[in-house]
Design a protein around this ligand. Sequence first.
Ligand code: URA
Length: 210
Amino acid sequence: MTEHLTIVDHPLVQHKLTLMREKGTSTAVFRQLLREISQFLAYEVTRDLPLTKRRIETPMQEMEAPVLAGKKLALISILRAGNGLLDGVLELIPSARVGFVGLYRDEETLQPVQYYFKVPESLEDRLVIAVDPMLATGNSSVAAIDLLKKAGATNIRFLCLLAAPEGVARMKEAHPDVPIVTASLDSRLNDKGYIVPGLGDAGDRMFGTK
Ligand code: URA
């Protein structure tokens, strides 16, 4: 990918995103829409994956047919909201390896602190796609990608549902080599770090915790 930020403006994505944003949308419908949108986002973030050829036999004849090249890619969910995106992406790429990064915000320093880190082996040989629905301040995304790079990843992409300009700028500064794919670049962050107009707390809305 050459662009630092790709906005997936497909009409179906934009329509489904509007339904997700509406505050009256139920948890079940929110989760289903997220699953559907994440497949479109996965399509976009993988559109330039390298292919190789494999000799196969159709009922008609033999042919050299395209298949994905290289090691299985790694999907990394940034907990906990990342799991909502992960499910849909995995439906499209079922053989992907999966990892998890857990970070919480220290209320005194406001810095992200790692509480869980488990990723597939040989990250250095894989395309790594980090997923988190909301790119807000960018603090946790930048920290998660720092950890993935420390673990060996060199080819990383970031997949989110919504991005704020502040988060995109922070990512570009810290990780200019990591392309971002999103369904929308919203207006701004509010003083609590929420994306406006946004959709509220993605984790609460997908898991029904509020
Ligand atoms: N995380 C969320 O869930 N929502 C936001 O608006 C920002 C961060």
